[in-house]
Design a protein around this ligand. Structure first.
Ligand code: URP
Ligand code: ZN
Ligand code: ZN
Length: 472
């Protein structure tokens, strides 16, 4: 059925204007004032509301075997949580461990998602080992439409790659024109520091941050940038958390390295004091890189506004209280991760746009348009334009609420932002023209989400920047 969204204020990464949006099947076919819809069109009155392009979360973990357990969400629960929070596409990290076959892992992740996600999705393919089969397998995965890789410079002996494997991965990525996302912490330093702390009897969650200090992340970021420079590959630093790591990334940007930066929701709003809370309360806030000293928070906000941080993701990775308690005797055993897929848009809107720290167009850019451009989803997704997928968020800026595990849709018994106020939320969300959320409630079709296949877009030394400039 056709849909007409009437009377709202359309806000994209570049512009703000009043207009009606007409949708036929899955696509926006007309934008203009006072459009007369054909009979049978469903009318949505968006008067007084903002209309954003569907938000894109570039960094999520849904199926994740990790640290002796599994992340809690399924594709069904995570995608509903995403949609209720205004995210219409997520990119999941496909993470087989170092001991698993990459292609088998890729097929497992695809099977888990297929027919179960209510919103659209794509994958970053993690390279957790580089052996004689890897080259051919990665070529096949890219041909299948997964045009981005992931490497971990952390998590020694599990997901982590060594420098030789990093070099081989980036050489192939440069040849294929795909972008490589990277978790940048020095695995060996983390491992040595963890052992020293445990030997001193320092076992609680408050020791997680000292085991992976800011300089360890800065080293990882700087090393990743150097490898990008030497291979000509395009790279994307995930979940950058602190000023020294940002400085390393910006220095590389200034040298002309094709490096992009993501920071994630918790690092904008929470500091390491949360992980220092006693017992399980502290464990709930253990993630990597860790929550940092609070002097980093304004640095991240300023860098985001300035565009030095390109995108905001969540690194959604829910473990419940029972799972967190696996680390009751040693902080090194606390499953790393925190949920966020449901809360990113509302929290960044409230504490960024509403508080005057973040321009509304940069907000749309960082949470939708730039992820779409960097990862080959644009212009199908990430904007509101004739011909684009009708992924839309009608946003109610008058809504007032409080985040709570009691009302969340993600499958977890806690929320790291418990009790935090929000000033705005999606009142209606569409995915490819179908209404999936009304007034904060999932009202659509479970399992309707599609795997969005992407093309490599970083062909040569100039191609990455060209792709971004061309698209934007
Ligand atoms: O603590 C985190 N970030 N958990 C998820 C895995 C990762 O490193 O992204
Ligand atoms: Zn990570
Ligand atoms: Zn992650």
């Amino acid at each position: 059925m056709a849909l007409l969204i009437r009377g709202g204020e359309i806000v994209t990464a570049e512009s703000r204007s009043c207009g009606d949006i007409f949708i036929e099947d899955e696509t926006i076919t007309h934008i203009g004032l006072e459009f007369t819809a054909p009979p049978g069109t469903e009318l949505i009155d968006a008067t007084g509301k903002l209309i954003f392009p569907g938000f894109i979360d570039p960094h999520d973990h849904i199926h994740l075997p990790f640290m002796a357990t599994f992340a809690k969400d399924t594709h069904a629960t995570a995608s509903k949580a995403a949609l209720i929070g205004g995210t219409t596409t997520f990119i999941e990290m496909c993470c087989p461990s170092r001991n698993e076959d990459a292609l088998e892992g890729y097929n497992i992740w695809k099977r888990k998602a297929a027919g179960n996600s209510a919103c659209d999705y794509a994958f970053h393919m993690a390279v957790t080992r580089y052996d004689e089969k890897t080259d051919a397998q990665l070529r096949e995965i890219v041909r299948d439409g997964t045009a981005s890789f992931k490497v971990f410079l952390a998590y020694k002996d599990f997901f982590g790659v060594n420098d030789e494997e990093l070099f081989q991965t980036l050489r192939l990525a440069a040849e294929l024109g795909v972008i490589t996302t990277a978790h940048c912490e020095n695995a060996e330093l983390v491992s040595q520091l963890q052992q020293l702390l445990l030997a001193e009897g320092k076992t609680g969650p408050e020791w997680h941050e000292p085991s992976r200090p800011e300089s360890v992340e800065a080293e990882g970021t700087s090393r990743f940038a150097t490898f990008l420079e030497q291979t000509g590959a395009a790279g994307y630093v995930v979940h950058l958390s602190c000023a020294p790591a940002l400085r390393a990334a910006v220095e590389a940007k200034l040298r002309g390295v094709k490096i992009y930066v993501e920071s994630v929701l918790p690092h904008f709003l929470l500091d390491k004091g949360y992980a220092e809370l006693p017992g399980v309360e502290g464990m709930k806030h253990v993630m990597s890189p860790p929550l940092r000293d609070k002097r980093n928070l304004p640095v991240l906000w300023n860098a985001l506004q300035a565009g030095l941080i390109d995108t905001v993701g969540t690194d959604h990775c829910p473990f419940d209280s029972g799972q967190k308690l696996l680390g009751v005797n040693a902080f090194t055993q606390i499953p790393n991760g925190i949920p966020g897929i449901e809360d990113r848009v509302n929290l960044m809107y409230t504490y960024g746009v509403k508080r005057g720290t973040l321009d509304i167009h940069r907000f749309v850019d960082a949470l939708s348009t730039r992820p779409a451009k960097l990862f080959g989803l644009f212009p199908r997704k990430g904007t509101i334009a004739v011909g684009a997928d009708a992924d839309l968020v009608v946003y109610d800026t008058n809504y007032r609420g409080t985040i709570s595990a009691a009302t969340q849709n993600s499958n977890n018994d806690y929320n790291g932002f418990e009790g935090v106020a929000i000033e705005g939320r999606p009142s209606l969300v569409t995915v490819r023209g179908k209404i999936q959320v009304r007034d904060g409630i999932f009202a659509g079709e479970p399992g309707r989400g599609q795997l969005i296949r992407r093309q490599p877009q970083y062909g040569g030394h100039q191609a990455g920047n060209e792709a971004i400039a061309h698209a934007g």
